[in-house]
Design a protein around this ligand. Structure first.
Ligand code: HEC
Length: 230
């Protein structure tokens, strides 16, 4: 019983944190259009990360890696502090938050004069990270009355409207952020593509083994059965 109470209280807290503002209720994470085996995208993401994110974020848990090394990512970099907030290490971010969360986060900064940085974020309300991608994406503000779909759901782009154009088109920005997320997914699990490939071989092998074992079993029992019938 006690356990149930504690759980209810914890749930109440977590859901109130998730939906910090009622008008964001029903917000769905955009699905990150990434492909774990697309090395060209991962490399582009690494290069973009080295020039745009490494000034603040570390990747300390990334093992010695050719992709990161080629992009100029230094695993020994020290994190810098922004008004007391240390930008988190992002080596395992794709596992912690999930790729869809990061993809949506990078898209959903909006201008908010009420915060110290002048911006806020739809999936991470009150984030201390500045909107460092806004020169590319452009600037956006919250809409007054978001239009929900039939089920009451909202996408990040239903909640904001652009107020200033960036240097990239929305399609270019989608690609760049997908590359970034793909690189972060790779950083968290560099051998994923290889493991998946190997997984199919192992499954295929098990299927063949099963068929062989079955035939073998039939062969063995044939004698026993004919013996029994006699
Ligand atoms: C000017 C410094 C700065 C730069 C540059 C920067 N960030 Fe951040 N970032 C932060 C800070 C500070 C936080 C922590 C926010 C908080 O906890 O309120 C953060 C948080 C994050 C988070 C969420 C971490 C969490 O809590 O799960 C992600 C993801 C992220 N940054 C990705 C990026 C990416 C990708 C880039 C490059 C395109 C980037 N950041 C560039 C400062 C920066």
């Amino acid at each position: 019983m006690m356990k149930r109470y504690i759980l209810t209280i914890l749930l109440a807290f977590s859901s109130s944190q998730l939906i910090a503002e009622e008008k964001f209720e029903g917000l769905q994470l955009a699905s990150a259009p990434i492909n774990y085996t697309d090395m060209a995208s991962i490399k582009r993401g690494a290069t973009f990360f080295a020039t745009n994110c490494m000034s603040c974020h570390t990747l300390s848990y990334l093992r010695y890696d050719k992709v990161a090394k080629e992009a100029g990512i230094d695993p020994n970099q020290k994190p810098i502090s922004l008004n007391g907030v240390i930008p988190p290490d992002l080596s395992l971010e794709a596992d912690v938050r999930g790729v869809d969360w990061i993809y949506t986060y990078l898209h959903s900064f909006y201008k908010d004069p009420a915060t110290p940085s002048g911006v806020n974020n739809l999936v991470f309300p009150g984030t201390a990270m500045p909107a460092i991608l806004s020169p590319y994406q452009g600037e956006q503000v919250l809409v007054e009355k978001p239009v929900r779909d039939l089920f009451g759901y909202l996408q990040w782009y239903d909640l904001v409207v652009p107020t200033k154009q960036g240097t990239m088109t929305p399609e270019q920005f989608d690609t760049v952020t997908a590359d970034l997320v793909n690189f972060l997914a790779y950083a968290a699990a560099p051998y994923r593509a290889e493991q998946e490939r190997l997984g199919y071989w192992v499954l295929g092998f098990l299927v063949i083994l099963f068929v062989l074992m079955y035939l073998l079993k039939k062969e063995y029992w044939k004698d026993v059965e004919t013996h029994r019938k006699k």
